[in-house]
Design a protein around this ligand. Structure first.
Ligand code: ADP
Ligand code: MG
Length: 246
């Protein structure tokens, strides 16, 4: 097993003293789809930002592959994010002044590579090749998120991080976007970490872990929405698990 991402006792105390992450440990093997499930304010975005090198933990270790992010200087961390990580956020994903193809090509250009047809191929993979020349403003919300997924995948990153990418979408459109992440894992061996408050979204993952007040309180293999919902509401997700959830 090759590890794509590992967190070891990662804590994050925000200015003002609030502990948003409390000694979180988890390991994500390559080629796996992990959902981090939690209520609003449970620390999901903080977890994702620390895991992706957008924010420094207060303590603990984050590794992408074998690279300890805490040992990287700011410039090296920026390069790592650019070259080895893909991002999809809930909104504000795309540059409105660039057309769809240019948006997808952007990570390639930032990495000093050329758009050698990969942007268009990526757009074809999400079913939007015919919209390559349009500005994002002409697309629906679901189409824009599919473009954002294509952009996150275009550099073939080691880990794709998605923060509530379907929160603003209707269930059918959300399923289309989640299916793209699922296919990136199944067909291309990508590694995906999705944070969500939605049991239906978590059900697309290979594993769901539950976050409550900054702690991992449980985990489900091959989650389905019913079991995720049950775990979330039963209170099982509210008590610390006896052992660290992987
Ligand atoms: P989620 O994404 O699950 O809604 P967040 O990670 O955004 O949770 O937030 C977890 C907790 O940390 C919340 O109580 C939030 O108010 C707090 N928090 C998040 N970001 C900051 C920040 N930059 N400064 C201070 N507190 C923060
Ligand atoms: Mg959040």
């Amino acid at each position: 097993m090759t590890t794509a991402l590992s967190l070891d006792a990662v804590s994050r105390v925000h200015d003002g003293g609030l502990t948003a992450l409390d000694s979180v440990s988890l390991t994500v093997p390559r080629g796996r789809f992990l959902a981090v499930m939690g209520a609003s304010g449970s620390g999901k975005s903080t977890l994702l930002r620390c895991a992706a090198g957008l924010e420094r933990p207060t303590s603990g270790t984050v590794r992408i592959g074998d690279t300890d992010l805490g040992r990287l200087k700011p410039a090296a961390l920026t390069r790592l994010r650019r070259d080895r990580i893909g991002f999809v956020f809930q909104s504000l994903n795309l540059v409105s002044s660039l057309d769809v193809r240019e948006n997808v090509a952007l990570p390639l250009l930032l990495a000093g590579a050329r758009d050698d047809g990969r942007a268009l191929a990526g757009l074809a993979a999400v079913g939007l090749a015919d919209r390559a020349g349009d500005r994002p403003g002409k697309l629906s919300g679901g189409q824009r998120q599919r473009v954002a997924v294509a952009r996150a995948l275009v550099t073939e990153p080691e880990v794709v991080f998605a923060d509530e990418p379907t929160a603003a979408l209707d269930p059918v459109t959300a399923a289309e976007v989640l299916n793209l992440l699922r296919r990136a894992v199944d067909e291309h061996g990508r590694t995906v970490v999705l944070v969500t408050h939605d049991p239906a979204a978590a059900a697309w993952a290979d594993e769901a872990v539950f976050l409550h007040r900054g702690r991992i309180t449980g985990a489900l293999e091959r989650p389905d929405a019913e079991r995720v919902r049950a775990m979330f509401w039963s209170g099982a997700a509210r008590r610390p698990a006896p052992a660290v959830a992987r």
